[in-house]
Ligand binder design. Structure first.
Ligand code: EPU
Length: 430
């Protein structure tokens, strides 16, 4: 197991490129199960969650050849099973994305219930509601989801709340169902648009993706294609927030600014100067302290829950006081306790963190509790005077590829060492 050591005090500045989006790549890999041919996917981020999904698909008999670090070719024509191994499913909640494709294409599924996680209970009732409406029989027995179906049939599905992976599961299942499916109150996240675009390239008939009403006309088969995954708007936002918090100036490339509009709006409110180009964004916060901003997380196009933790850190060193309200997950403020160890002034009340900014955080040994919490602590480390230590960074590896390399490229001082390694922290950066 590794940990990160970060010597704070430097503003981030320079240029970095953004990887492919984890939360688009995961459903697109699952969609490969629907393809009656080979699916060539590139711009896949080389992350731990992606490795877990690849292992899961291989365990089901899918052939996956890795062409290079970011490109694979998968072929699910000779799948051997529909029973996903428990050890693999439990490592990654996104394994729930196998539900729709396996039921639709193979008529059977047996996967362990992915369970709750650090950020909340995360029920799957909306996934099941949609698939049952299409004719699947699904029940949960001893923590396993067991399902079977004859040919799924199109249905009119009204989701009671917007769920990203729920919408994705139903959209994938409906692509090979008999007849028309309409999803009302669908999630509108860009990753859903990316999945729909990939399915359309495979021959699916989908309209309305990116709106709250998606209509899918089932087709008999989906065929081979090449697909390029969209870039990661959460990775991009994380670096922009880090640059604003450290009062730096960065230019991020390989990103579609259209999908960051609400985040860019908030960053402008903090006082950042932002320039937008067709495929890149430049943020300049040199020489001034960011202003604190009130934020309420919401489904897209609102402020994503996946940047809430990073904005908590920014507010911790901003001018003034503001609140951050979490409206998506019930337990996503665990990073605040760690930030308090670094002397951040945070008061938690229900789903709000009230934060009063201070000039500098103090270095401490802190522990990441989930992926985005890890990102918020890395930013905090960059803001502290001395050397901070971040433990449990396997959470970070699930969603940020080459983070140390990118931070170093921007002038930050960061090192990964083994938790067993005994070193005087300050010596690491001599
Ligand atoms: N919910 C239900 N019932 C359901 C489904 C969801 O009550 O059947 C609730 C959830 O408990 C939550 C809310 O609805 O309170 C929204 O959950 P959603 O289903 O949209 O989340 P998800 O699909 O499980 C995806 C991302 C998350 C991201 C959320 C919200 C993937 C693989 N995961 O999760 O990403 O936070 O949408 O945008 O796409 C991350 O990358 O760090 C991450 C957690």
């Amino acid at each position: 197991m590794d940990k990160l050591l970060i010597q704070g005090g430097r503003a981030l500045s320079g240029m970095i490129s953004i990887h492919g989006a984890k939360n688009a790549a995961l459903p697109i890999l699952a969609a490969g199960l629907l393809c009656d041919g080979s699916l060539n996917i590139n711009n896949i981020p080389p992350l731990q969650d992606i490795q877990s999904m690849i292992q899961l698909l291989r365990a089901l008999g899918v052939t996956i050849n890795t062409k290079n670090e970011t490109e694979i070719v998968m072929d699910a024509r000779h799948i051997t099973g529909y029973h996903a191994p428990e050890a693999l499913v439990k490592t990654m909640r996104a394994s729930i994305l196998l539900l729709g494709p396996l039921l639709s294409r193979f008529g059977q599924i047996k996967i362990p219930f992915p369970g709750g996680c650090a950020i909340g209970q995360r029920p799957i009732d909306q996934h099941l509601l949609g698939l049952k409406a299409m004719g699947a029989e699904i029940y949960i027995e001893n923590d396993w989801i067991i399902g079977k179906s004859k040919k799924l049939t199109g249905a009119n599905i009204v989701m009671q709340l917007t769920s990203v992976t729920g919408t994705e599961n139903i959209m994938m299942a409906a692509s090979l169902a008999k007849g028309k499916t309409v999803i009302h109150n669908a999630a509108k996240e860009p990753e859903i648009i990316d999945l729909a675009n990939c399915l359309i390239q495979m021959g699916a008939q989908i309209i309305g993706h990116g709106t709250q009403k998606i209509t899918i006309e089932g087709v008999k088969r989906l065929h081979s294609t090449h697909y390029h995954i969209m870039s990661d708007r959460i990775e991009a936002s994380t670096y922009l927030i880090a640059a604003a918090a450290t009062r730096g100036c960065i230019h991020i490339t390989d990103i579609n600014p259209r999908y960051l509009q609400s985040i860019l709006h908030v960053l402008k409110l903090t006082g950042a100067d932002i320039e937008i180009f067709p495929q890149s964004i430049r943020l300049d916060m040199r020489n001034h302290q960011p202003r604190a901003v009130n934020i309420k997380t919401a489904p897209y196009p609102g402020i994503a829950t996946d940047v809430q933790a990073q904005f908590c850190t920014l507010n911790a060193v901003a001018k003034g006081s503001a609140y951050i309200e979490e409206n998506i997950f019930e337990n996503r403020f665990q990073h605040c306790e760690e930030l308090i160890k670094m002397k951040a002034r945070i008061h938690l009340k229900k789903n709000r963190a009230w934060i009063t900014g201070i000039e500098k955080l103090e270095a401490a040994s802190v522990c990441a509790t989930d992926l985005r919490a890890a990102a918020s602590l890395v930013i905090a480390g960059l803001l502290a005077e001395d050397v901070s230590e971040i433990l449990n960074i396997h959470h970070m590896d699930r969603g940020y590829f080459d983070l140390e390399k990118k931070i170093s490229q921007l002038g930050g001082q960061i090192k990964r060492i083994s938790v067993q390694q005994k070193m005087i922290k300050q010596e690491v950066f001599i």
